[in-house]
Design a protein around this ligand. Structure first.
Ligand code: HSE
Length: 438
């Protein structure tokens, strides 16, 4: 990047934007020493100018509500986008790229929805888009995937990619809090999305997984390709029963290259994992990503996936990568972004295989266990554990089985048949049980 002083314009001055402003204000000497250039925050675009000026977060003279002062201004070299949302940010980003500005964004919804188009515009105009902050906050997982593990064929990703959900599950498991209490606390602490439905429905993790899996497997995967089940439908009883069987529950974002084929299995769902697994130790709002490379084996990245300074750390690291030229070179020379890759072959989820946990609510009457096991046996489903607490005859009781490796479609079909049995109340609950690769 030409010149000794780099002009930066930022769109948004919320939680992450304030963190970026703080880092640029306080760490200018460190960044100059690392890149050989001074970085100047020259403009901040906000909706409410008076509020931003009064906030004391940035010099009031650089606050504006005129987008042209950022996206087409001659003295702006890099645009940082920390406003979020898809509309109207996508057209602002497009204009900025067309005017030769590099873009740093934390916006996973934008990339999941418009990534291929925006990457292509950047390439046409000789500039780059950096997006480390879009996945996993302060954890440099995009960099790990694109450069650190470049020598590997990546076979699987297992991620805890939503801090709000991990916080909720940790609190429900450990402190016996209700779902509503734990969600309210996550919102208060500031790591939930403006619309927390995105977090608890699994959509936020699905968007992050789409970005990471695209990079890992070198294929194009959109947020819509990722089947997502959130934590909003979880029943505390399953968490308690799973605990008794030696499992912790985690909302896992999983992408697996199907062995020996070009197919990818990808999805987000609450899963049981053995309590001694590393991912089971990830508590509270923290995020973690397990990456399985054919040469490196299992590597694990852990840290704060949300919050002001962790996310600002990723944004500013991207900015420094652009200023020093490393991020721009990676963007233009590596064939990783979805404008250059082909759509993934996504495996039908019913054809994927895993172990499963099934909980049925049943009247405790003679013969029900035999009927349930006969349905499972007819579908070729082999059981590994059975759990039923002592009850009085005729009461409604939870009957839990876990299976060996089996096809999801068969488990779903068996569950539907079981739901039709006379003593069974409601639909069986199905939760995936993860056997982590070695
Ligand atoms: N709402 C997200 C989470 C943080 O709870 O992890 C930003 O991606």
């Amino acid at each position: 990047m030409a010149g000794d002083v780099i002009g930066v314009g930022m769109i948004g001055l919320g939680t992450v934007g304030s963190g970026v402003a703080e880092l640029l204000r306080d760490q200018g000497d460190l960044y100059a020493q690392r890149t050989g250039k001074r970085i100047e925050l020259r403009r901040v675009l906000v909706r409410d100018v008076e509020k931003a000026k009064a906030s004391g977060l940035v010099d009031p003279a650089i606050v504006t509500d005129d987008q042209e002062q950022i996206i087409s201004a001659k003295d702006i070299d890099v645009v940082i986008e920390v406003a979020g949302g898809v509309e109207p940010i996508d057209s602002l980003m497009q204009f900025a790229l067309e005017h030769g500005k590099h873009v740093v964004t934390a916006n996973k919804s934008l990339l999941a929805a418009k990534g291929p188009e925006l990457f292509a515009v950047a390439r046409d105009h000789g500039v780059s888009i950096a997006f480390e902050a879009s996945c996993g906050g302060g954890i440099p997982c995009v960099t790990a995937m694109t450069t650190g593990l470049m020598a590997n064929r990546i076979d699987a990703l297992f991620g805890i990619l939503n801090g709000t959900c991990n916080y909720i599950l940790t609190e429900m498991t450990g402190s016996g809090k209700t779902y509503a209490q734990a969600l309210a606390e996550a919102q208060e602490a500031g790591f939930a999305e403006a619309d927390p439905a995105l977090d608890v429905s699994g959509q936020d993790a699905a968007q992050k997984l789409a970005i990471l899996a695209s990079l890992a497997f070198g294929v194009r995967i959109t947020g819509d390709d990722v089947h997502a089940i959130g934590v909003d439908g979880l029943d505390l009883e399953d968490i308690t029963l799973g605990d008794e069987m030696g499992y912790d529950i985690k909302l896992l974002a999983i992408a697996e290259r199907w062995p020996g084929s070009k197919w990818v299995n990808i999805g987000v769902q609450p899963c049981f994992i053995k309590k001694d697994e590393l991912l089971a130790q990830v508590a509270g709002p923290y995020n973690a990503l397990s990456v399985h490379g054919h040469a490196a084996g299992h590597t694990l990245y852990y840290g704060q996936g949300a919050g002001q300074l962790p996310t600002a750390s990723a944004v500013v690291s991207d900015l420094l990568g652009i200023v020093s030229g490393s991020a721009s070179a990676a963007f233009s020379n590596m064939r990783l972004t979805p404008d250059l890759t082909q759509p993934a072959h996504i495996l039908d989820r019913r054809d994927t295989e895993s172990a499963y946990y099934l909980r049925m609510q049943t009247l405790d009457v003679p013969g029900v266990m035999a009927e349930v096991t006969s349905i499972l046996g007819d579908k070729g489903i082999s059981l590994s554990q059975v759990l039923q607490h002592e009850s009085k005859a005729g009461e409604v009781v939870s009957l839990v089985v876990t299976t060996h490796l089996t096809r999801l479609g068969d488990v779903e079909d068996a569950a539907e048949e079981i739901a039709g049995l006379e003593p069974i109340q409601g639909e069986p609950v199905i939760i995936r049980v993860i056997e982590m690769p070695a």
